[in-house]
Design a protein around this ligand. Structure first.
Ligand code: APR
Ligand code: PHB
Length: 389
């Protein structure tokens, strides 16, 4: 097998890169470990930055997003019983759009099918070879047979547990990590959202978040200890704890109902430098992980793909390799800004096990500054709705 760009991983990053490159006449093969239904079964945040919407439209997958996505001009923060609004339009002139990652992935699959893309599912034993030469290749198994894919470039879009990042020599990689001492218990329920826009709650009992997927599908989270298991939380126990963490008038608007999905996710911040090594380019979760607090995971994957697709298209269009040579530098500049925002918002909104009275007062003071300072809200809006690429 031969292609221009081998893409390891058929999640949002891999599918979007394949879509953008194919539209530019660059051939791709996507190698995905799981089945398509498994990829589409993942429940992930769907708060799209303005830039993400533009990239998806440029990839030709914006139609359903624009029809069904829910534009938000504001988000809300609460501190115990006080609620305040952050007007994103006033802050930075941009909206965010609520549209589930599953829908983004489905739209990408549909578009890739229409383009006749080569996406191989249930591959195994993927290994990357000759990354520092000019003829890298990928070996893997598919349909019970050993395969070899010749290519010019390899995009590592295989997530945090993939094979691409470890293919960069350990003595070259610098990895930066922070693991948070709590997790998020998330529930999906076929109930109307409590409020039209998102509310992030800081409460002395812990963090909570009210979000949604559509007008009849709500998504809620509460911070829980890392020792908790999903089976420790009945629906009734979840709803009772959730209602205690929002201001009373917000709690009164929450319609409870049976959970159709319930899971606990750990929170970590992680960045691998460099994001490129020879002909290998890391994108999305393969290179970095953010705590979900700032809803940056999918958006950072999209910005990486913006930079890499632009660079590869320039390389193929006129042999100009300048953007390709600086891909990691360009992507990381934006990754670190989103990483800082996600860390800061996580630190601001959660109750830490070893938190002192002073720490709590610092949280209250920062929330008070956001509530009263237009400049503080402007800075928040600029990163939350999306820094420019
Ligand atoms: N070979 C082939 N495919 C692999 C391998 C492998 N060795 N390892 C992992 N994969 C696949 C996974 O099955 C997954 O479908 O790579 C894909 C990686 O997709 P994601 O983990 O979704 O990562 P990414 O495309 O970067 O999207 C980032 O997804 O996980 C969320 O919160 C994250 O919103 C963010 C977004
Ligand atoms: C979600 O809807 O799952 C969601 C929204 C915003 C976040 C995190 C998760 O910051």
């Amino acid at each position: 097998m031969k292609t221009d760009v081998a893409i390891i991983g058929g999640g949002p990053a891999g599918l979007l890169l394949s879509q953008l490159l194919m539209r530019a006449g660059i051939s791709t093969v996507v190698l995905e470990r799981q089945t398509r239904p498994h990829v589409l079964s993942r429940i992930r945040a769907g708060v799209l930055e303005a830039g993400t919407v533009e990239v998806l439209k440029a990839a030709g997958v914006g139609d359903r997003l624009l029809r069904e996505g829910i534009p938000h001009d504001n988000c809300y923060l609460s501190s115990d019983d006080t609620l305040f609004r952050i007007n994103l339009i006033e802050g930075c002139g941009k909206q965010v759009t609520v549209y589930g990652q599953t829908e983004v992935t489905q739209d990408l699959y549909d578009a890739q099918d229409a383009m006749g893309a080569t996406i191989l599912h249930e591959v195994s034993d993927v290994a990357l070879h000759d990354l520092t030469g000019d003829a890298p290749f990928v070996t893997f198994r598919h349909d019970g047979e050993a395969k070899r894919l010749e290519c010019r470039y390899i995009a590592g879009c295989d997530g945090f547990h993939g094979v691409s990042r470890p293919s960069i020599p350990a003595d070259v990689r610098k990895e930066f990590e922070k693991v948070y001492p709590f997790g998020w218990l998330g529930v999906l329920s076929r109930t109307p959202p409590a409020t039209p826009e998102l509310i992030y709650a800081n409460h002395e009992r812990g963090f909570a978040l009210a979000s949604m997927r559509n007008p009849m599908l709500s998504r809620y989270y509460i911070q829980v200890p890392l020792t908790d298991r999903v089976e420790d939380w009945s629906d009734d126990a979840f709803w009772a704890e959730l209602l205690r963490r929002f201001p009373p008038d917000v709690a009164a608007s929450i319609q409870t109902g049976p959970s159709i999905e319930k899971s606990i996710a750990p929170l970590r911040s992680f960045v691998c430098e460099p994001m490129q090594w020879g002909r290998l380019f890391l994108c999305g979760d393969a290179a970095h992980i953010v705590p979900p607090t700032g809803a940056k995971g999918l958006n950072l994957a999209v910005s990486d793909i913006f930079y890499l697709s632009r660079a590869l298209i320039a390389q193929y269009a006129d042999g100009n390799g300048d953007l390709l040579a600086r891909y990691g530098q360009d992507a990381l500049a934006r990754v670190w800004q989103a990483m800082r925002f996600s860390w800061q918002l996580t630190t601001l909104m959660h109750r830490f096990p070893d938190q002192t009275g002073f720490d709590r007062r610092m949280q209250v003071a920062e929330l008070s500054q956001l509530a009263t300072s237009p400049d503080a809200r402007r800075l928040f809006s600029q990163v939350y709705a999306g820094l420019p690429y």
